[in-house]
Design a protein. Sequence first.
Length: 291
Amino acid sequence: MPLPSYPTTHCLRSPHGRLLDLRQPQVMGILNLTPDSFYPGSRLGQATEAALLARAEAMLAAGAAALDVGGYSSRPGADDIAPAEEMRRLLPAIAALRHEFPHAFISADTFRAAVAAEAVAAGADLVNDIGGGTLDAEMLPTVARLGVPYCLMHLRGNPQTMRSLTHYDEDIVLTLLRFFRDQLAALRQANGGQPRPDVLLDPGFGFAKTPALNHALLRRLPELHALGCPLLVGLSRKAMVYKPLGLGPETALNGTTALHVVALQGGARLLRVHDVPEARQTLALLAAEVA
């Protein structure tokens, strides 16, 4: 099945002048600076700067178009950490990555406005907010002020409470469309009434959603294009992949690849992944089929 083409695809422009070209699907590599992310193989935690840079270099060499750097674990039930601890983990890493890879497109994975502002000052090109502006009232005004590309994700509650918030009274896609509509309107208001073209939407797979809802949402991904923003999809090694197979995240690569194909056929433009080479191979084979 050929990959669909949507008129929403475009380039994201960083305030630092870097571009992320989404005219074709791309891969974003995950760099977790946490000791407790759900997939142990992704945890950098107390790793040295050299280890961080080596992993980033490998991802970029394998074809990652962006690097997503996070210092706060958002797995279900994760412990909350103070903003100061999040900054201690995140800011030196972004500064090191920016120095070593000046042309790399770097995303700061945070829901806190103050952390986002410091991350952009350190060289981040994009703010990836799991709360979509709901976990910090200052996030949308801060993003508007900074003029930075923004990923707006759907979430109910927070990482500590979202497991108990998986019941929806209406259709899941309609719920997401309403949420994104309202948050985009709030972002526009924070931007002085002007639209913000550099916005990604993330359906939030695994965030306050049951496995059945996750898979229904994945099948209906094309419906989210009605809002005119490119889609970021993050389902790498998540429970929706491994639990139906009776596996764990360590053995969920094959299942992840299968679901990446579904996401790409649904119009996803940016895959957030732990395994960059395999995701790039998936893109290449689908592109070859189209050709």
